[in-house]
Design a binder for this molecule. Structure first.
Ligand SMILES: Cc1ncc(C[n+]2csc(CCOP(=O)(O)OP(=O)(O)O)c2C)c(N)n1
Ligand SMILES: [Mg+2]
Length: 354
């Protein structure tokens, strides 16, 4: 007899506010004031930067595709705050915040959005192809899941060279359905590679919800198939993200072991700037906005008496000035020269190797 398909249980999204508070207190006690403020400032910079990018896009200054990260800031900022400057980061096309957190200047990211020569990819990449090898930020990848085998290769290279660098590989939950994810996790555990796979589960791949696209929706469980350590993390809590990443970093640096982190988050904006958003309701978005990672973190910074309202306001003013400066830099930067069409095509240009 045919079995009727069972409704999958809803993913566990219930959060106990008391437990969150207690954990927060403990986390705050472990961090100095400058680190906490630095993390908040970066989250706010990512938010304000993208608000301005949206305006510039709407007024036609930025062309091509543009995927905003608003709502997900705690993931990139929390995770990248847990690594060293010489560690590597690779991610998808939703990468403005990752680039800034890894050390690319807001000026260079904005100029790249504008397609100008002052951009980190000299204006040839645009929104989806930020890259800066000086800070070990290896993209910005537009092929869904394309960065996962690349990051696995980077982790292989660092182990081969016997450095203790780790690689963070960010991707969306829709990328988990790609074969490349499974092949990479298998190799990473088999060869003991220091790669941290960070699934930013924002619950949608374009307009398709996770429920409609994935048979096993508990993504962290997929690590069992490869015997990889895994954690499920609240992606609206920046310090929870940081802590989980720190645990994974220790595993990677000391023992060359990979980890899969499923970080549950939500994107407040459309998939890209041209998404009409017909696949979800305003009420759903608003429900998630109640746990806006910036609101949660600023509230706890006040609660723990790290920052006052006036100090929070000052940081906002500074950050807005930094974004205005980035816009000025992008506006004034020259378009790329025609010769740039022939650069960065081959790592070793043909005929130049004699
Ligand atoms: C291999 C491949 N297939 C399809 C696409 C088209 N595409 C672009 S983004 C996207 C959804 C990806 O969703 P997810 O991985 O969850 O990342 P998010 O956009 O939510 O950050 C798809 C299907 C693509 N870029 N690459
Ligand atoms: Mg997604």
């Amino acid at each position: 007899m045919e079995r009727e398909a069972e409704e999958p249980p809803p993913p566990d999204t219930a959060v106990d506010p008391q437990a969150v508070k207690a954990a927060q207190k403990q986390r705050f006690a472990q961090l100095d004031r400058d680190t906490l403020i630095g993390i908040y400032r970066q989250m706010l910079l990512a938010r304000r930067f993208e608000e301005k990018s949206a305006e510039a896009y709407s007024s036609g200054k930025i062309g091509g595709f543009c995927h905003l990260y608003i709502g997900q800031e705690a993931v990139a900022i929390g995770a990248i705050s847990a690594i060293r400057k010489d560690d590597y980061v690779l991610t998808s096309y939703r990468e403005h915040a990752h680039a800034i957190a890894k050390g690319v200047s807001a000026d260079a990211v904005m100029a790249e959005l504008y397609g100008k020569s002052g951009g980190c990819s000299r204006g040839k990449g645009g929104s989806m192809h930020m890259f800066d090898k000086e800070v070990n930020f290896l993209g910005g990848h537009a092929i869904v899941g394309g960065q996962i085998p690349l990051a696995t290769g980077v982790a292989f290279a660092t182990k081969y060279k016997e450095t203790d660098q780790v690689t963070l590989c960010f991707f969306g939950e829709a990328a988990v359905n790609q074969g490349a994810f499974h092949e990479s996790l298998n190799m990473a555990q088999l060869w003991k590679l220091p790669c941290i796979y960070i699934c930013e589960n924002n619950q949608y791949g374009m307009g398709t919800s996770l429920e409609r696209a994935m048979s096993l929706q508990d993504i962290s469980q997929k690590a069992c198939a490869y015997e990889i350590a895994a954690e499920f993390v609240d992606g609206m809590d920046v310090l929870a993200v940081r802590e989980a990443t720190l645990r994974a970093v220790e595993r990677a640096r000391k023992n060359y072991l990979p980890t899969l982190l499923e970080i549950r988050t939500y994107r407040f904006m459309g998939h890209s700037m041209s998404d009409p958003g017909n696949y979800r309701t305003r009420a759903e978005i608003e429900r998630h906005q109640e746990r806006d990672p910036l609101k949660l973190f600023s509230a706890s910074l006040k609660e723990e008496e790290i920052l006052s309202d006036a100090e929070l306001q000052n940081i906002d003013t500074e950050v807005r000035a930094e974004v205005d400066q980035a816009i000025r830099f992008a506006e004034e930067s020259a378009p790329p020269e025609a010769e740039e069409l022939f650069t960065n095509i081959y790592a070793d240009p043909i005929g130049e190797q004699e």
